[in-house]
Write a protein of this length. Structure first.
Length: 190
């Protein structure tokens, strides 16, 4: 280092950080420090992955929830159109069971909440059994009559008679609960 004029010989002169010469005999400042060690770098937070995972979970919950709601809403949905009147629904149901002896056709007149294919098939099988046990059984019923109707619900009654070729007769009074959804459907037989 160069010496300043008027400074004792052998003592190097330094400048302070402002660029002005330091006082004679001053201790020089320490050398600049070493840069920090680049060892372990903090991992970057993966926010994008976290946001995508949360979004995926939310979408899954919405899809599953929507599926459950759709199932619960549509499970009692009627397929097709019901009868135009409560008495017509009962008459078509009786025709399918007692004259046509067709369980699938009878099920087409039953509301979804009560539609049990096994029970309907059992009733048709019972009618078939009568047909095989008795000589030429014939089933007839009085014109179904609406006893009570309030909004989308009605009670319909009829009198069912079975007559055989050997003049045996059996009678039964039937009462039906009929509901309206996409037309009138038989829901209960008593």
């Amino acid at each position: 280092m160069p010496t300043q004029p008027g400074a004792p010989a052998g003592v190097p002169q330094t400048e302070d950080p402002t660029g002005a010469p330091a006082a004679p005999g001053a201790i020089p400042p320490p050398p600049p420090g070493y840069p920090p060690y680049p060892g372990t770098v903090e991992p970057k937070k993966k926010r994008g992955l976290l946001i995508a995972a949360i979004a995926l979970v939310v979408i899954m919950v919405l899809c599953v929830g929507g599926g459950v709601v759709a199932f619960l809403t549509l499970r009692n949905a009627e397929s097709g159109e019901g009868a135009k009147e409560p008495a017509v629904a009962v008459d078509e149901f009786l025709t399918a069971v007692y004259k046509d002896r067709d369980a699938k056709k009878a099920a087409n007149h039953v509301c979804a909440a009560s539609r049990d294919d096994k029970k309907i098939a059992a009733k048709v099988a019972e009618v078939q059994k009568y047909a095989s046990e008795y000589q030429n059984p014939r089933f007839k019923w009085t014109t179904p009559k609406v006893d009570n109707q309030t909004g989308d619900r009605a009670t319909v009654s009829t009198h069912l008679t079975m007559t055989t070729a050997d003049e045996k007769v059996a009678d039964q009074d039937l009462r039906f609960t009929v509901v309206q959804k996409t037309g009138w459907w038989v829901c209960e037989v008593a």
